[in-house]
Design a protein around this ligand. Sequence first.
Ligand code: IPE
Ligand code: IPE
Ligand code: MG
Length: 244
Amino acid sequence: MFKTKKIENLNIPQHIAIILDGNGRWAKKRHMPRTYGHQKGTENIKTIAIAASKMGIKALSVYAFSTENWSRPDDEVSFLMKLPGEFEARFKDEFKKHDIKVMFSGRKTHLSKENLEILERITEKTKERQGLVLNICFDYGSRAEITEAIKIIAKKVEDKQIKIEEIDESMVEDNLYTRELPKLDLLIRPSGEIRLSNFLLWQAAYAELYFCETYWPDFNESELMKAIVSYNNRDRRFGGLKNK
Ligand code: IPE
Ligand code: IPE
Ligand code: MG
């Protein structure tokens, strides 16, 4: 049973992550092509980012394209690869109005030159903003992220810049894409799937997990609020004892 619904009485998570899942099934239900669902899903990133920023959330990480999603049919992948350009063209004014800073997490080795330029341009243009940080995980995979961090650290050992004994958890964290973001508090997966699908595996170590049936294009402000209310009813112990 939810204890409260008033935002002023809620403990607002600093960093929320959402797996943007269910676009295809949302479209199928409407007898529309999967790409229509991706279109609506992209639009919804804007809606939820603005809602999150109004609630005082500091960072919102969204899983938009995974390192595994390249295995989808070519036409679907091509469509998804056009979304960064559309995102830039359609949302830039509203993000400016809400002082939203946009950053990207993911591999920079497989994307087209054109998309890399778009990502770079958006990052550069919004980097001084003080509002919500929208972290778009695009060609993101947690195992790739951790592997990359291991390589950077191993290179420092090889170059004798650090000793093996100096490697600790904070050094690993400093080499993840999310290094500048607050600790992950709440991870949401819509669409009824109960798995992480290679998303923020390290960062989610002590995040609260929230699963709901709603497909991502229908996930609105009130769904976000439900997740935050559920978060408020959790007892975060971090291995310790129950909070008094
Ligand atoms: C999420 O929706 C978007 C991406 C993975 C790019 P899906 O495309 O996975 O939609 P479902 O899960 O098939 O409904
Ligand atoms: C996870 O969704 C990736 C994104 C939402 C970007 P998928 O639809 O790709 O995940 P699986 O295949 O159901 O695990
Ligand atoms: Mg899916």
